[in-house]
Design a protein around this ligand. Structure first.
Ligand code: WT7
Length: 649
């Protein structure tokens, strides 16, 4: 048996022997007989009517259909709250740390949470929300965000959380796509000492949305807001008028729990649909296993609830497991770059889960600021969102974990519901930069990108697909099952295509190499290049635009835009800023281009297709690796782009 590189003694699991045999045996059982394995493990949640059928899966285009535990019924909110009341009603469920360290933290017990969710659910009912209706949540990172999600789950409504950093336009598109009956928001969102006027954004979004939802407003900052009588309602006023109790509805395992919009390589963002039973089993088992969550631990995932990470590892996984989950409203650098560590010390955090971009940013602030805090409560460190470079991994291990905390580099996606490839502490030895091995029940395969042929043996390199379903898998794209099949099941028949490239080393470990499609990963946030392009060309001075990613030291990838202006428009720095701000307003700050290069022409094939491969190489400052440019309609445009390239090393 091997041990992890544990140098500092302490009551930590990394000082215990690593038992790879446990993983190997459990994994084998999960693959040999998934029906038995998942029938057993699905008992970790409470069913109203127990399921008889474990799974019914067809991965073959064009008949893709995925069901888990389909004849079972349950209520997700009862699983996350009610069933814990007898044993841990007085335990903290949600620990809320506000943006300002001067504002008191709040400890919300499971009993408090029950009361708040029941009232909220009754408010939704009073607004006419019933089973199957959609409710859009556009909220700060405050307890009401979790309360609203659970309240929807309680009555069988489908929530769609929209990240509060998205613009009014982006919000309007999502409200329309899902046909929201209610939008829940707050007056304002404090973040990093500044306030975003969320209610204002909702007003603007609904001004040009096609549907006409009611608006429920949480009072967070107390600021003035423009009010629309008949449409807008204060949460606290309505709560005073509704009954305190709301019995959970009986929901089918395959009834949708939520829709979450995510960017793809083409078109507008798609509404990823997750259902109730399988998703909850997956969020719960991965949260407990991958983070070695033990009763009484304080778990902190720093993501925003607007992303899937927040859904699965702030709300559903932890609460299904009766955990104490920390919700942080602020940012890592406010009031200073020690905030994460101050919060870890203040609340005695045991598991800390963040993104490589945050680690790299804080790494740049030096070790002195970390040394001010007592981080001895930390036991497990996690990362998610993008490949982590070994330098950042080693810093995280040495400076934050002092060599005694296993690091779990968890690879997954909005579509997967929870972790798919990840170390399991105490079972799988880590390697810096590798997400290591598949979680129980997950069957990764590496395919040759152009032919789809299976690459067998180790080492291997190619595109990453998953050969069979797992309970937490997305089921469809909201309102567009064809798009679901086309995106994930058409290109490599019989498997789920992840969109990522990967390498599998001689030990069978997976190393994710990044997206192979036109999706870029900016600070762990997924952005479709097509979305940024369509925002740019919506500007009156822009004739054409092509967007690619380029390596960025902190963000992982930055956004590089090539812009062709309309005839006669002067290319100036002021216009660069104008275009950046325009994209920001159309989509949100995360979509703002880092670099804009004026392009008199774009490299196109004779059939008019933009050759992005070439644009990527120029953006990477690798003009020597352009490859064959002879098929271009006008090879000369490349020379101009190369000589004016903006990212010079
Ligand atoms: C894409 C999914 C899963 C929640 C956060 C992002 C990349 C994610 C890792 C990792 C390497 C990673 C992939 C994936 N990604 N985690 N540990 N190592 N790459 O969710 O917005 O749906 O993005 O993020 O490229 O496809 P998402």
């Amino acid at each position: 048996m091997e041990t992890l590189s544990s140098t500092v003694p302490g009551p930590v699991i990394s000082s215990q022997p690593l038992d790879r045999a446990v993983y190997d045996a459990t994994y084998k059982a999960s693959i040999d007989d998934p029906d038995t394995f998942w029938a057993d493990h699905a008992r970790r949640i409470d069913w109203i009517v127990p399921f008889k059928t474990v799974r019914s899966v067809n991965f073959h285009y064009p008949d893709v259909a995925i069901e888990w535990f389909a004849d079972g019924t349950l209520n997700v909110s009862a699983n996350c709250i009610d069933r814990h009341l007898a044993e841990r009603g007085d335990q903290t469920a949600i620990l809320f740390e506000p943006d300002s360290p001067d504002e008191a933290a709040q400890a919300i017990t499971y009993r408090d949470l029950h009361g708040r969710v029941c009232r909220f659910a009754n408010v939704l009912k009073a607004l006419g929300v019933t089973r199957g209706d959609r409710v859009v949540l556009y909220l700060p990172m405050i307890p009401e965000a979790a309360v609203a999600m659970l309240a929807c789950a309680r009555i069988g409504a489908i929530h769609s959380v929209v990240f509060a950093g998205f613009s009014p336009d982006a919000l309007a598109n999502r409200v329309d796509d899902c046909g929201a009956k209610v939008v829940v928001t707050a007056d304002g969102a404090p973040r990093g000492g500044r306030v975003t006027n969320l209610k204002d954004n909702v007003n603007r979004a609904l001004n040009h949305a096609a549907v006409d939802p009611q608006v429920l407003v949480v009072k967070r900052t107390g600021q003035q807001v423009a009010w629309y009588e008949g449409r807008d309602h204060w949460l606290h006023e309505m709560e005073a008028t509704v009954p305190a109790d709301c019995p959970p509805e009986e929901i089918g395992a395959e009834d949708p729990l939520f829709i979450l919009y995510t960017s793809g390589s083409t078109g507008k963002p798609k509404g990823v649909v997750h259902t109730s039973g399988g998703y909850l089993v997956w969020a719960s088992i991965t949260h407990e296993t991958v983070f070695d969550y033990r009763q009484g631990d304080v778990f902190w995932c720093t993501a925003d609830v607007g992303w899937v990470t927040g859904h699965s590892y702030i709300v559903y996984g932890p609460l299904a497991n009766g955990a104490t989950t920390l919700m942080f409203e602020g940012v890592p650098t406010y009031p200073d770059a020690g905030r994460f560590w101050a919060v870890c010390e203040k609340h005695g955090v045991n598991q800390f889960y963040t993104a490589p971009t945050a680690i790299r940013a804080l790494m740049g602030q030096g070790e002195e600021i970390v040394a001010k805090y007592d981080l001895s409560s930390l036991r497990i460190l996690g990362t998610v969102g993008e490949p982590i470079n070994p330098e950042a991994w080693n810093w995280y291990d040495r400076v934050i974990g002092t060599g005694r905390c296993p690091i779990v580099d968890t690879w997954w996606q909005t579509e997967t519901g929870g972790h798919l490839i990840t170390p399991i502490p105490g079972q799988i030895e880590t390697k810096p930069g590798s997400a290591t091995l598949p979680f129980y029940g997950v069957r990764p395969v590496v395919l040759e990108p152009s032919t789809g042929a299976l690459v067998e043996g180790n080492p291997a390199e190619g595109v990453l697909c998953i050969a069979d379903s797992w309970p937490g898998q997305m089921r469809t794209v909201w309102g567009d099952h064809q798009r679901f099949m086309d995106t994930y099941f058409q290109q490599y028949p019989g498997t789920y295509f992840t969109g990522d490239g990967c390498r599998r080393d001689e030990d069978g470990y997976y190393w994710i190499t990044g997206r192979v499609d036109d999706v870029i990963n900016v600070s762990g946030h997924r952005m479709g290049t097509a979305e940024v392009e369509s925002a740019l060309v919506a500007h009156e001075k822009v004739a054409e635009a092509a967007v690619v990613g380029f390596p960025h030291p902190i963000k992982g990838q930055g956004i590089y835009a090539y812009v062709t202006l309309m005839q006669g428009v002067e290319p100036t720095d002021a216009l660069r800023k104008e275009l950046s701000d325009f994209v920001r307003a159309e989509i949100g700050p995360i979509a703002k281009p880092d670099l804009i290069q004026w392009a008199p022409g774009l490299p196109k094939t004779r059939s008019g297709k933009i050759m992005r491969r070439i644009l990527r190489k120029i953006a990477e400052d690798a003009p020597g690796e352009l490859g064959d440019t002879s098929t271009l309609a006008d090879p000369a445009v490349v020379d101009d782009l190369v000589s004016h390239r903006m990212n010079r090393g």
